[in-house]
Design a protein around this ligand. Structure first.
Ligand code: ADP
Ligand code: MG
Length: 339
């Protein structure tokens, strides 16, 4: 028997969970291809190392942008390569739970389901990403109690109030880890006349970034290309300089959380006031982000353990619902659609 799977095709990272085994793939959603021969050169970690470094006629790219597939063929090739690592080739095709960002269109969803099916999955079950994040963070989603989930990934931030297994109010926006990296690139360009790549910006954010002033001491070396001479240069920036560019995205996320609170029905709001919110996604690891959200919203902020893995863990937990019908007694089944 082929083990069932859970798949999280994120803008930054692809994660695959295998039933009874756990997370077996956790790699950047990057693929490098040879344009002329239409062959795959590398995927995941190996392809990530090639970003911005490929010669003519070879492309290394993130084929999912802002939670949405931007290059169908590339995502399909990447997923097939990852799936080959976790499935036994000989017998049958597995079933899979996949998560979709709340707020994608029917057309985008159909494209995703199509792609997963054509990558060798027999049955595709859909769960909404914020629900998966809540489950993976250990929230009891079946209770009538309201919980506020803030999942800040690379491509999107999803904010949702969940109760009784469903989403009451939600927001999805493209202010997340990637927009933080872009703001670092812009800041370095403007201040130092220096061009840096996306990986350099992301590393600076992870190593020296913070959204709270005074929390990261010292300097951080950044290497790039001088816009005046065209030559390579290095500047030692003060870690403090990263606060302002990173705050742009952080402040937008916080105002979206405030919008959601305004839309939340009073009973659920009372629950959230008592319990606070749960922070998940890779960007939950950013220095100061939990403190800043607490400071600006007044809510307690519970950062999930291994926040980047919550969505895939939640999808993995939902594997047990693949074959179960929605219960007549009103039991909670997080799977909303099956194809
Ligand atoms: N320690 C860290 N500090 C700041 N940002 C981080 C850290 N670790 C990961 N990230 C960011 O988290 C994002 C990836 O989160 P993830 O939830 O895997 O994204 P997605 O679901 O969009 O694929 C990236 O923007 C990455 O730079
Ligand atoms: Mg994600």
């Amino acid at each position: 028997m082929q083990s069932d799977l859970a798949i999280d095709l994120g803008s930054s990272n692809t994660r695959i969970f295998v039933e009874n085994k756990g997370i077996q793939v956790d790699e950047p959603s990057v693929i490098t291809v040879n344009v002329d021969e239409e062959t795959v050169i590398a995927v995941g970690k190996e392809a990530y190392q090639m970003l911005g470094r490929t010669p003519d006629r070879k492309i290394a790219a993130y084929p999912i942008t802002g939670g949405v597939i931007s290059d169908f063929a590339m995502v399909e090739a990447m997923l097939k390569t990852f799936l080959k690592r976790v499935t036994r080739s000989s017998i049958g095709m597995p079933k899979a739970v996949i998560c979709v960002p709340k707020g994608i269109t029917e057309v985008e969803k159909a494209a995703l389901v199509n792609l997963i099916s054509s990558s060798g999955i027999r049955k595709v079950c859909i769960i909404e990403e914020p629900v998966a994040a809540a489950m993976g963070a250990g929230t009891d989603i079946s209770s009538p109690h309201g919980s506020l989930i803030v999942n800040i990934g690379g491509g999107t931030t999803q904010i949702a109030v969940i109760s009784l297994g469903g989403i009451s109010v939600s927001r999805s926006a493209r202010n997340a880890g990637n927009s933080m990296d872009e703001d670092i690139i812009k800041y370095i360009k403007k201040t130092y006349n220096m061009l840096i790549g996306r990986r350099t910006a992301e590393n600076a954010k992870i190593q020296a970034g913070s959204v709270i002033s005074g929390s990261v001491p010292g300097t951080y070396p950044i290497k790039g290309k001088c816009l005046v001479t065209g030559l390579p240069i290095k500047v030692d920036i003060d870690a403090e300089e990263l606060v302002a560019p990173l705050r742009k995205t952080a402040d937008l996320i916080i105002s979206q959380i405030q919008d959601i609170l305004v839309e939340t029905p009073p009973e659920l709001l009372a629950d959230i006031y008592t319990d606070g919110l749960t922070l998940t996604g890779g960007t939950a690891n950013l220095t100061g982000i939990a403190d800043l959200i607490h400071e600006q919203t007044g809510l307690k902020v519970n950062t999930a353990a291994q926040p980047e893995s919550c969505v895939i863990k939640g999808c993995g937990e939902a594997i047990k619902y693949i074959d179960s019908k929605p219960s007549k007694k009103g039991g909670i089944n997080p799977i909303i659609e099956r194809y």
